[in-house]
Design a protein around this ligand. Structure first.
Ligand code: GTQ
Length: 325
């Protein structure tokens, strides 16, 4: 190609710009896996005192939901922890109520600490305990309350980024604070089935996995499945519980999903790219798409996580790779 051709081409590119056109051939080969968000870590030791402080500064009523949003450092202003996921830490004090509303995004809760709180989904009131995983399917009415004597903290996970992407974010408040309760559940029954996954039974299932089925990357890992549909509990989000045994030294791995981890018990080290993170109990970590990582754990750990794998698999995009160290 001659240089006159090159300058003609340059001129051409500039000439088409006002028509909102651009040459695909300059861009196509640059598309590859990986994401615009970055790995980030929220130690509970940092977050917990700040939640406490927010309690003193704003009432639940004023706040509606008293939540500290965990926003990805490279997506400031978006309120998202990754391009595809939202995560927040919610605190509710004894006697408080978070008023009923509904919205198109799907939501999940993972209870971090405290007893006596409930979440009510379309009138099914479910008492929650630490480690419980609770689902709020899209457009169901939900309010939360704390009838106990302790502060209760849980992590919220939502797929708000999908409703934003599709321009389909609808929300409305219920006419009263509390949606009429039709059923109260202290344990899983036919009403709450597929909405609450209690900690103890999930942990028991995890501990029953034979040693021979330990994964070299993830240790012992289970994916939550909706007992009614056999599918992921949320249309976009998959959720997991995994256990790294003591002295675990994992193999390196990457996948196209964005994962939010919450350490339920114990601690571990996460080597991610060139960085090393020490994840203590209740810490939150976000791992972006296609970042290589591996787990190490001296004392053992149980980790709850959620990711956009459900949406990616439904769309046929999801890929994973076990890397040779
Ligand atoms: O508790 O309903 O963190 O609607 C963000 C949006 C929590 C909730 C969040 C919500 C909620």
């Amino acid at each position: 190609m001659t240089s006159s051709n090159n300058s003609e081409l340059q001129e051409f590119k500039e000439g088409i710009d006002p028509f909102n056109l651009l040459p695909l051939w300059e861009r196509q080969m640059k598309l590859m896996p990986g994401s615009h968000c970055v790995p980030a870590h929220w130690p509970y030791q940092t977050v917990r005192p700040l939640l406490e402080k927010s309690v003193a500064l704003i009432s639940k009523k004023e706040a509606d939901r008293r939540v500290l949003v965990m926003e990805n450092p490279s997506l400031r202003g978006s309120s998202f922890i990754s391009q595809s996921l939202y995560a927040g830490q919610q605190i509710i004090m004894p006697g408080e109520v978070a008023p009923s509303h509904r919205h198109t995004p799907n939501a999940l809760r993972f209870v971090v600490e405290g007893e006596g709180a409930y979440t009510s989904v379309d009138g099914i009131k479910m008492m929650m305990r630490p480690g419980d995983f609770v689902v709020t399917p899209n457009f169901t009415w939900h309010d939360h309350g704390n009838e106990g004597s302790q502060a209760v903290v849980w992590m919220d996970g939502l797929d708000t980024s999908f409703t934003s992407l599709f321009g389909a974010h609808f929300r409305e408040n219920y006419s009263e604070d509390i949606y009429p309760v039709t059923h109260t559940s202290h344990h899983v029954d036919q009403h709450s089935e597929s909405l609450i996954y209690p900690w103890q039974s999930s942990l028991d299932r995890l501990l029953q996995i034979p040693n021979s089925q330990m994964d070299p990357v993830h240790g012992f890992k289970l994916r939550y499945v909706d007992p009614k549909t056999g599918k992921d509990p949320l249309t976009t989000i998959a959720a997991f519980l995994q256990m790294l045994p003591k002295y675990f030294k994992g193999q390196t791995y990457r996948s196209t999903e964005h994962t939010v981890m919450n350490v339920a018990q114990g601690s571990c080290t996460l080597e991610l790219g060139t960085q090393t993170y020490f994840l203590d109990t209740h810490d939150v970590m976000v791992v972006p798409s296609w970042e290589t990582y591996r787990f190490l754990s001296k004392d053992g750990a149980v980790i709850f996580s959620f990711s956009d794998r459900s949406a990616q698999q439904a769309l046929g995009f999801w890929r994973e790779e076990y890397l040779i160290d």
